[in-house]
Design a binder for this molecule. Structure first.
Ligand code: GLP
Length: 242
């Protein structure tokens, strides 16, 4: 059973999640972090960045793996997850960009990109601490409802709801990609520790289904129930239907 912590607001969630990250890096300077995109982890990244500026932590040895990437969006596109991770994590924290990886969403033999990414993660010794958000339909990373609980990194179609949720990042809703490449639920379960964050009333149903419903591919976030070391940090609104 995941540990569930209900906090007042995103700032408190961010400092709490950051303290978990900082503790991990303090005990292992070569920590491998799993990095989520989206608005949810921003207060966490901001709190870690502050700790770096205050010289409370040395992140020079930290490595990172993003959860997912849009298919067909080149890395230099401002809304590619490569760009987002660079802007929101690598630069503010001062991570070594060569040690932070995102799945490849373009290029030749794209069908092999998932296996390549799994090999990269395995080569780094696996992910020590995976940061997760959750989609309003219960997805984690881009594992949409219907994802196998054992799935590896692979290409997936995006749910219409996810495309609508993410349309705000693209000029025109039609420009939201239809497919992605995402770490699988199996990949995420192999991370040694999970921290899942969720805020706001529009996440309440997904949070309740993930934490209190059956573990099922219908609600991908429910895999946190199967993980031996998962912490869920949510605000009152996201917790309102627990
Ligand atoms: C995106 C990402 C997920 C993220 C989720 C929630 O589609 N692929 O990793 O957790 O949606 O996003 P937000 O945190 O902006 O609500």
């Amino acid at each position: 059973m995941a540990e569930i912590i209900i906090v007042r607001d995103q700032a408190e969630a961010g400092s709490l999640a950051a303290s978990i990250i900082i503790g991990k890096i303090s005990s292992n300077p070569a920590t491998v972090l799993g990095l989520a995109t989206g608005s949810t982890p921003l207060s966490t990244y901001a709190a870690v960045a502050q700790a770096v500026r205050d010289h409370r932590i040395d992140v020079s040895g930290v490595r990172g793996f993003a959860l997912d990437e849009y298919l067909g969006v080149p890395p230099q596109h401002p809304e590619s997850y490569r760009s987002v991770i660079t802007r929101e994590v690598v630069e503010p924290l001062g991570l070594n960009p060569d040690q932070v990886f995102t799945p490849r969403g373009t290029g030749e033999h794209i069908g092999q990109a998932g296996a390549e990414y799994e090999a990269l993660i395995a080569g780094a010794g696996g992910i020590d601490l995976q940061i997760l958000g959750i989609g309003s339909n219960g997805h984690i990373a881009f594992n949409e409802p219907g994802s196998s609980l054992a799935s590896p990194t692979r290409i997936k179609a995006l749910a219409e709801q996810t495309r609508r949720d993410n349309a705000r990042f693209f000029g025109n809703p039609d420009e939201v990609p239809t497919h992605c490449i995402t770490q699988g639920l199996g990949t995420i379960l192999r991370a040694r520790q999970l921290v899942l964050l969720a805020f706001g009333a529009n996440k309440a149903q997904a949070v309740a289904a993930a934490l209190e419903g059956p573990v099922s591919s219908v609600v991908p976030g429910s895999v946190v129930q199967q993980h031996p070391h998962a912490t869920v940090i949510i605000d009152e609104e996201a917790a309102s239907t627990l």
